[in-house]
Ligand binder design. Structure first.
Ligand code: ATP
Ligand code: MG
Length: 139
């Protein structure tokens, strides 16, 4: 399975703006299949734990406040070369720099509220999937 999965979240602002369906459609059209999915709201502490790699960054507090501000969709998705291909499909971190047609270009409203998360390595994909899902919840 390693190498073929990545982890994604649809962030609170994109959920609030009604983009869950459109984003999932892009994911599926992009050739990914859904292996696990849930709709939930993170606590501030859970968001801080998830984003602990960024704890020294100036945006850490705002980011974790934002990520715990409303419900998100968390999912494990599968495709050959999943991590790299998904980061191509979502586009640059800052939507202003994202390529036309990417999920962030279409649905992000700012660098913080950039519509979706995508894992940055196979190792982190496994760690992040394990943060949200037990073995029994991944198909
Ligand atoms: P993600 O990890 O969410 O897929 P990414 O890998 O493109 O995004 P990271 O560098 O891991 O970007 O940053 C994590 C998140 O922190 C970004 O998605 C964004 O929401 C937020 N972020 C990154 N840089 C900034 C910044 N300069 N100002 C505000 N928020 C930022
Ligand atoms: Mg990242």
């Amino acid at each position: 399975m390693s190498g073929n999965i990545t982890f994604t979240m649809i962030k609170p602002k994109a959920v609030e703006n009604g983009h869950i369906g459109n984003i999932l459609a892009k994911v599926i059209e992009g050739g990914f299949t859904i292996k696990a999915m849930k709709y939930l709201r993170l606590t501030k502490e859970q968001a801080m734990e998830f984003y602990a790699v960024h704890k020294e960054r100036p945006f850490y507090n705002d980011l974790t406040e934002f990520m715990s501000s409303g419900p998100i969709v968390a999912a494990v998705i599968e495709k050959e070369n999943a991590v790299e291909d998904y980061r191509k499909l979502i586009g640059a971190t800052n939507p202003a720099d994202a390529v036309e047609g990417t999920i962030r270009k279409l649905y992000a409203t700012s660098i913080e509220a950039n519509a979706v998360h995508g894992s940055d390595s196979d190792e982190n994909a496994q760690i992040e999937a394990g943060f949200f899902f037990s073995k029994l919840e991944v198909f």
